[in-house]
Structure formats: C-alpha cells, structure tokens
Design a protein around this ligand. Structure first.
Ligand SMILES: *[C@@H]1O[C@H](CO)[C@@H](O)[C@H](O)[C@H]1NC(C)=O
Length: 541
C-alpha cells in the first residue's frame, strides 16, 4: 500500500514538473477560466494537476506553528464561513468522516507567523494583508503575518475550487503570493437619502470581503435624515430620522456593523458631514444651523451650521467625543463638501462677523474658519480625519496625516497633483460614482481607470493610498442597492488590489462574469454583466 502511494506521488511529481502554467499579472490567463480569481492575485503559478476535496474529509485547521489557535474567534468564524461557501451547508448525517483517498486534499493549514496575530484587533490603514498560499498534497498551506492576510487568502482559496463534470469539488496545485496594490479600498454607502436596514448593510459587507475591499465609508447622516442614534444628543435622531424607532441605527446596531466588518477585515469610517449637508441635524439641535434671512427678517429656513456661535463648537466637541468612542477606527470623515453660501450671505449677524474678521466677501474664508476649529476639536479626540477635496482647495490648514478625498470629476488629475504636491495622502472616488447609471457595460469604464496616471514624482504617487466606489442614495434603497453595486464595484476592487498591468478587458470580462455568478451562488443578487447564464441562478434570498 505504501509503495502504491509512493508510486502515485512520484507520478504526480512528474506531472507537476511538466504541467506548470506560469502567470504574472494577467498575462496568458485563459487557462484560468474555470477558476476565475477576482481580484487577480499579484503572483501565481498553477498546474494541471488537480486534487479533490470532499466535505467529509476536508478541514480548515490552524497550522502547528501558527501563533493563532482555536481561541482566535475571528479565524474560527472565517473557517466556518469558507467551509460553507465551499461545500454548502453540510447536512448532519454527512458529518461522519470518510477516509480520504490519495487524490484528495484533506486540509488547509492556516499559519499565522507574526507574534501578534491580531485576532482581537481592528484592521487599519497600516494592516498587512499579504498572504502566501500553496495548494499541494496532502495539505494546502496558507501563510500570513496576521489574520488580515489570512482572511484574504481564505477567499482566494475558496475561489480556486471548481466543480468537475461529475459535480465533485476540485482544486489544482497552485502557488500564490499576494498583497494589495493600494491600502484603502472602499465602498461608500449613504444611509441618509434612504434608510438601509441592518441586513442590507451586513450583506454588502460580506460582498465587500468577497471582493477584498476593506473600508466601509459610512455616509451615515445628511440633509434628508439623521438615523444615527447619539447617546449624548438623542434628539438628533428622535427629530431628524425618518422614523425615530424604525429608521435609526441604535448603539447596538452600530456595534454589530463594526464587529461584522472587523471579522472580515473591513474598517468602518463614519462620515459626519458639516457644515453643509446638515438640514436633518437642525431638527434636533436648536441654534445649530444658520437662520436665513429674506430682507431684514428671518425667512424661517436654515442654511449650513452656524459658524459664529460658541455653542456650535461646544456641541461639536461633545458630539465628536462620543463618535470617537463609538467608532474604533483611527479615522473619521468630516465631509466639508458643497457648502451653499447664500444663506450665510443673507444673515446680518454673519455679515457683521465677516467684517470683524476681515473676511471681506469671501465666504470660503468663513467656511475655512469653521472647518479649522472643527479639525482642532476632533484632533483632541485623538482621531485622524478624512475630508472631501474642497477643504484642501480652500486652503484650510490640515494635519499631516489627513486623507483628502478627490471626488470632482473634471480636473481630477490636477487635483491629485496639487494634493500630493502639498504632501497629503489622498484617495480617489471621482471616477467611481456608481450612482450614475447608464446603458451598457459601465464596469469597463471603472475598470480602465489608472489612479496613478496623473503627472507627479514617485513620492507624490506613494501618497495615493487608494480609492472608493461611491453609491449615493438618492435613487437607492434596500430594493435595488445590492444589484446596483455588484459587480460594478468589483471593477474598482480589482483596480485597487491587482497589479497595474492587469488591464485586459476580455480577460476581465471572463473572470468577472464567473465571479458574479459566484456572488449569486453565495446569495448576493449581483446583476449580470451581459447575456449569459450561471450554473446556479439566483433563487431569492
Ligand atoms: C486544472 O487541472 C485540470 C486537469 O486535472 C486541467 O484540465 C485544468 O486546465 C487545470 N486548470 C488550471 C487552471 O490549470
């Protein structure tokens, strides 16, 4: 028996030495069409030697030398999740373990190598998401410095598995070495234009993990509604939410989102946009917004946050103190976009303030005055901040580690040039406003974007840390969010993860069509790219 085994493995070894298919960054990938990795790993070699996996004999385990073990609930949870993605829910009677045959792959060993596996930590901008995956008999090995890379590697492992003609699970001998090109790979969802039930947010976090995206930019409040339930200022949502009971995110809801995201290596960065986009704030916080005037009398309408009252800054200090304890990420997004000056202009108290401060008639100076004070307040909570590009454009003095988000489409390259020349880190969302829909395969447009195509030095380009796909909520709620976002955001996901040379649209189409079917199989109603079918069609949740 031993002899036979030995002979078999010799045969396999010879097959290997002849069967390797090399691939570096997307060249000659047609052989991978059954497998369709998405986003494409940085480096991989695969061979025509295949192994079978069966639910009865295969397991995902901690490697002997791993610094993480069964007490690492983040990994335990991920092992279970990926086992189910691979085999479906295994019925109880099937649980009896079968002896493996020698063409079987019996385990995936997950080996965390750094002293601190970060099982109980939160992902951050600095997280190392690299991993190495080797699929071979009798065990596959996934090695990563810490849990964040392990999560990415588990997803890749699950994507390598395909069904053969008899419906059995197969995986080929493969070696992968992978890491993201950009550290910040985000999705913006807007829960103010429409309330999004918790379930929808969680489902999309799951889809993000499948696409190796790692930042949930939660545009949580805006003009139309204020669904965030603040413990310090409960009136904000009591008066500002669409419904104070059913259309709010309670502290435990928020906790659940953050933990669900953490388990998938996703950061949650909340955005509390001011001084514009704040109509809903005004309902629950008296005197926060500027009263607009018509002629010499208040018109009864309100404009942006009132920048001339001390009470405004006292409120912001308390509010952001709470935010810094609720959201663990090192960054909070402070907005600062699209401030409408007409109301400020109409108000005689504001006019007087402008004179006292020699601002002339330049209301950008007043805006900067407000933002500057807000930034100083937020800094005392030990948070870093992100802002929309206007804050930089208006010359506000920013902390060194500020992330400037470039969102305005025309002159985008000029803006990237300016922001990075000034030494600030930046992320790009201008080409990826997924709320703009049109006929045809617009994913290709998102896919073709090269974030570093602007003129600038290498030092400047290093300051571009990633980008975000933004799905603003004017025309989006739970009924259409998921199919509108996927697989369109997948195009952005590959652009931000894979090597810059991965640009072949035909190859991307083949892989993305299958990746989309994989999402459908996993219960995500991702829309089709074009004419075709999936082996497992969507069959309602
Ligand atoms: C996997 O192996 C099978 C043969 O066992 C081969 O037909 C197929 O092309 C291989 N796939 C890849 C991606 O190498």
């Amino acid at each position: 028996m031993y002899c036979l085994l030995k002979l078999a493995s010799l045969f396999v070894a010879i097959a290997f030495s002849h069967g390797w298919l090399f691939s570096d960054s997307g060249k000659k990938l047609n052989v991978l069409d059954e497998v369709s990795l998405w986003p494409l790993p940085q480096k991989f070699q695969t061979s025509a030697v295949s192994f079978q996996l069966s639910a009865n004999s295969f397991q995902i385990v901690h490697a002997k030398d791993s610094t993480a073990g069964p007490s690492c609930s983040l990994l335990q949870n991920a092992f279970r999740r990926y086992f189910e993605y691979i085999f479906g829910e295994v019925r109880k009677q099937d649980k009896s373990r079968k002896r493996a045959s020698n063409s079987d792959l019996v385990e995936l060993q997950v080996w965390i190598s750094s002293a601190d596996p970060q099982c109980d930590g939160y992902p951050s901008l600095q997280s190392d998401e690299s991993y190495e995956l080797s699929v071979d008999q009798p065990s596959a090995v996934l090695k990563a410095p810490n849990v964040w890379g392990a999560l990415r590697g588990l997803e890749t492992f699950s994507q390598l598995i395909y069904k053969d003609d008899y419906g059995a699970n197969n995986i080929n001998k493969t070696v992968i070495s992978d890491f993201p090109r950009f550290a910040h790979r985000g999705v913006l969802l807007d829960t103010s234009r429409h309330y999004l039930p918790l379930k929808v947010i969680l489902a999309n976090l799951e889809a993000m993990a499948i696409n190796k995206l790692n930042v949930f930019h939660w545009h949580i409040v805006d003009d139309p509604s204020f669904p965030f339930l603040s413990r310090t200022f409960p009136e904000l949502s009591q008066k500002g939410a669409y419904n104070p009971f059913t259309h709010v995110y309670t502290p435990s809801d928020v906790k659940m989102v953050i933990e669900f995201a953490r388990m998938r290596g996703i950061r949650v960065i909340p955005e509390f946009d001011t001084p514009g986009h704040t109509q809903a704030w005004g309902k629950g916080q008296k005197d926060l917004l500027t009263p607009c005037y018509s002629g010499s009398t208040p018109s009864g309408t309100f404009g942006p946050v009132n920048p001339i009252l001390n009470s405004t800054y006292e409120f912001m200090a308390q509010f952001f103190k709470e935010i810094s304890t609720v959201f663990p990420d090192a960054y909070v997004h402070l907005g600062g976009d699209e401030v409408d000056f007409s109301c400020w202009k109409s108000n005689p108290d504001i006019q007087r303030f402008m004179e006292q401060h020699s601002f002339g008639t330049d209301y950008r100076k007043l805006e900067s005055f407000y933002i500057q004070r807000l930034l100083d307040i937020v800094t005392t909570t030990k948070k870093g901040y992100m802002v929309w590009q206007e804050v930089f454009d208006n010359g506000v003095k920013l902390k060194e580690d500020t992330v400037v988000e470039v969102w305005i489409g025309n002159k985008m390259e000029e803006e990237l040039q300016n922001v990075t020349r000034a030494g600030f880190t930046t992320i790009l969302s201008a080409p990826w406003y997924l709320d703009w829909i049109s006929y045809g395969q617009d994913w290709q447009r998102y896919y073709k974007v090269e974030p570093l195509s602007f003129p600038g030095t290498d030092e400047q380009k290093k300051l571009v840390i990633g980008g975000e796909a933004c799905l603003w909520g004017e025309y989006v709620d739970a009924t259409n969010l998921t199919p509108r976002l996927w697989p369109r955001a997948s195009a952005v996901a590959e652009r931000l993860w894979s090597d810059e040379k991965v640009t072949d649209l035909n190859n991307a189409y083949e892989r993305l069509a299958q990746h989309r079917c994989r999402m459908v199989k996993r219960g995500i109603p991702a829309e089709p790219l074009f004419v075709g079918h999936c082996r497992h069609e969507y069959n309602s949740p």
